[in-house]
Design a protein around this ligand. Structure first.
Ligand SMILES: Cc1cc2nc3c(=O)[nH]c(=O)nc-3n(C[C@H](O)[C@H](O)[C@H](O)COP(=O)(O)OP(=O)(O)OC[C@H]3O[C@@H](n4cnc5c(N)ncnc54)[C@H](O)[C@@H]3O)c2cc1C
Length: 422
């Protein structure tokens, strides 16, 4: 069960760690004996960090603030479009973390004062911290797509790039598309969350069409010059299974969109859709901007990879999709970074140096149909000279899709959900 604002305040009052201010704004004074870590965002990165800080430093107070009542996994959310998973399969609550002694608060963080070391919630509650971990994932950039900035436009043209209601909406649009209809999907230039994700989505849409709407087709308009990840594997799968269903057009960025008619204009042509899925360009979640830690291309946060502390703000750590790194933006990476960050925070509280040579890895599976998957894997080691995480030799991709890899992909998902949330 998520600890809602009222019960959080009750608990905090009982523990003597919260006080009421005259105008019914609540504040947490700095009289705590326990060190406190506040974590913003309960996705792959934030949930894992909360769990491991509490596991490795049970004496510390760990507060996880998440705007949503439940965790919904992006990994496997493309399978909801294909029709082989339901959103319910991908949804979990935060009870497992509450049971470990982590205070889970359902709220939106609207301000961070990094000098006073305080975060403010949407309802005025303020919480002080010794260290804050910012794990907000991505937000979308609508500067070049102003016609899609409103909620109404996104109800007509879903992104489905944050799993949840948007995924359900796109599934419903695809599954009720007229026979012989056209779905158009657009891919932005990177860096973006899950580089193979758009191409896995193409497989899942085509899989659905092949079995339910065999005269329909999918047009993929990619702003990139080519498929960004697992290129050979996706091309072979499209050729083998979906030659009549997927038309892939690279180097084709959006110039304009008519929301009313679902028409996309590019430099070269105009495409009319019955279902239109636009994945917008991305940047670190807004809360990173509120903390003043966005400092790469006005989009991402540069961190010290030994602790994931911001290089511009002390006691502020950033993990997951929001960071600038030569690392893929994946749930697997977010989970791995969170553990390095958690260990570093516990070490720093104990006045010890964090691990000086962290090594992390990434495995990312993509389903090409209902049960066959492919993977890409890599190991990354900290390089002191470059102060960066660098891919080590080895790693690579599958030879071909297989059901065995599909089984591995399902096991991977179960394991990472359990590792982050139970
Ligand atoms: C279709 C798709 C398929 C994918 N498949 C895979 C895959 O197979 N394998 C893989 O490893 N990765 C995959 N990914 C990528 C993966 O989902 C992301 O890389 C991962 O979710 C990043 O974790 P995160 O914790 O940084 O962000 P998130 O998981 O998005 O978590 C961020 C959380 O912060 C919360 N939040 C943000 N701002 C605030 C605020 N101000 N106050 C309170 N809460 C806030 C959000 O509600 C959210 O819950 C996929 C992504 C997509 C879109």
């Amino acid at each position: 069960m998520v600890l809602k604002r009222r019960s959080f305040i009750k608990t905090a009052l009982a523990a003597g760690s919260i006080a009421m201010l005259p105008n019914t704004i609540f504040a947490v004074p700095n009289t705590r004996k326990q060190r406190r870590v506040v974590i913003i965002g309960g996705g792959f990165a934030g949930a894992t960090a909360a769990k491991y800080i509490k596991l490795w430093g049970p004496q510390y107070e760990v507060i996880l603030i998440e705007r949503n009542a439940q965790f919904v996994s992006c990994p496997q959310s493309n399978l909801v479009l294909g029709g082989t998973r339901s959103l319910q399969d991908l949804t979990q609550d935060y009870q497992g973390l509450s049971d470990k002694g982590i205070q889970t608060v359902q709220a939106e963080v609207v301000a961070i004062d990094t000098d006073k070391q305080q975060v403010r919630l949407h309802d005025g509650v303020e919480m002080s911290y010794d260290r804050v971990v910012i794990a907000p994932g991505v937000d979308f950039i609508y500067d070049d797509l102003p016609m899609l900035a409103s909620y109404q436009a996104q109800q007509r043209i879903p992104h489905a790039w944050k799993a949840g209601p948007q995924t359900a909406l796109l599934q419903q649009q695809l599954h009720s598309m007229k026979q012989g209809g056209t779905m158009v999907m657009t891919v932005p230039t990177g860096p973006l969350r899950c580089p193979p994700g758009p191409y896995e989505r193409a497989c899942q849409v085509a899989y659905y069409l092949k079995h339910n709407n065999p005269t329909a087709k999918l047009i993929v308009l990619d702003a990139n010059a080519d498929i960004m990840s697992k290129k050979g594997l996706f091309k072979a799968a499209w050729q083998k299974y979906y030659a009549d269903f997927i038309e892939y057009i690279p180097s084709n960025a959006i110039d304009d969109i008519d929301v009313a008619t679902l028409t996309v204009e590019t430099e070269f042509d105009s495409y009319s859709a019955d279902v239109l899925n636009v994945i917008p360009p991305q940047r670190a979640g807004k809360v990173a901007e509120l903390a003043g830690v966005i400092n790469v291309d006005q989009r991402w946060c540069k961190v010290d990879f030994l602790s994931y502390e911001s290089i511009v703000k002390k006691n502020v750590h950033i993990i997951g999709d929001a960071i600038a790194a030569k690392l893929p933006k994946s749930g697997h990476m977010a989970n791995a970074q969170a553990k390095v960050c958690a260990a570093a925070i516990v070490s720093l509280f104990n006045e010890q140096l964090p691990e000086q040579q962290p090594v992390i890895n990434n495995t990312c599976y993509s389903f090409v149909d209902n049960n066959q998957a492919v993977h890409v894997a890599a190991v990354y080691r900290y390089n002191k000279e470059q102060q960066s995480m660098i891919a080590m030799p080895g790693g690579g991709v599958s030879d071909a899709p297989s059901e065995l890899e599909g089984a591995y992909a399902n096991a991977w998902a179960k394991n990472i959900w359990a590792d982050a949330l139970s």
